[in-house]
Design a protein around this ligand. Sequence first.
Ligand SMILES: [Mg+2]
Length: 268
Amino acid sequence: MENCRKIAKQIRIDSLKMTNKARSGHMGSMLSMAEMIAVLYEKILNVDPQNPEMEDRDRFVLSKGHAAAAVYSALAQKGFIPNEWLGLYYCDDGKLMGHISHKVPGVEFSTGSLGHGLPVAVGMAIAARYAKSKRRVFCMSSDGDMNEGSTWEAIMFAAQEKLSNLTLIVDYNQVQALGHSKDVIDLRDLKTKLEAFGWAVKVIDGHNLEDVYEAFSSVPYDDKKPSAVIAHTIKCKGVPEYEDTVKSHYKFIPDEELDAVIKAIEEA
Ligand SMILES: [Mg+2]
């Protein structure tokens, strides 16, 4: 897990530098999933940076596309894209768009508006079954994604089709763009809801690398059901002043604070 710890740390540092340089937001959304993205790319996904279009690769769909910078960092660390690209994230003449884009090697699908990732992931899972492929599909969704009707249609259809090759990961930091989720649309008991919809569910601490690895590496939890991981996380984890805050959704770390914040993450 030591590699995953290093990758997660670098995801945090890159995300904070990228959002600062671009004067853009969503750092809180990036930092809450750093450990999960690290484990996915280091330990779970069957992908090849030398052959990003490999037919039987696993598919990863980031439905919370605004958190793209964290995935771009992981792709750079894995060798899909040059590290230098990160320096022009969301800037003129850069190759990395603010929200995740399939034009970037290693990215399967562009998202931005919430509620699009899981329906597409369901389609990918059905396609894999028709192709008799063992490839798996993982989709990372946010609190806001779980407010969307299209997400729940996909949840129903995936259960109907018994898509055991599909895993939904909910980055359940309980904060979304305009407030804490309990004050916007309360998801309440998400585990019971997903189980009632026909999914097999695990609930984990999304910052505990061992927990994350165990949950991701043991899918499917039932060979006749899609799997869901509800990962309890903290928005903007790693920057105490911004943890669990709504402001971390839109803010970036100001210039005068950046060096100290990065030093604290490096030494953590
Ligand atoms: Mg959230």
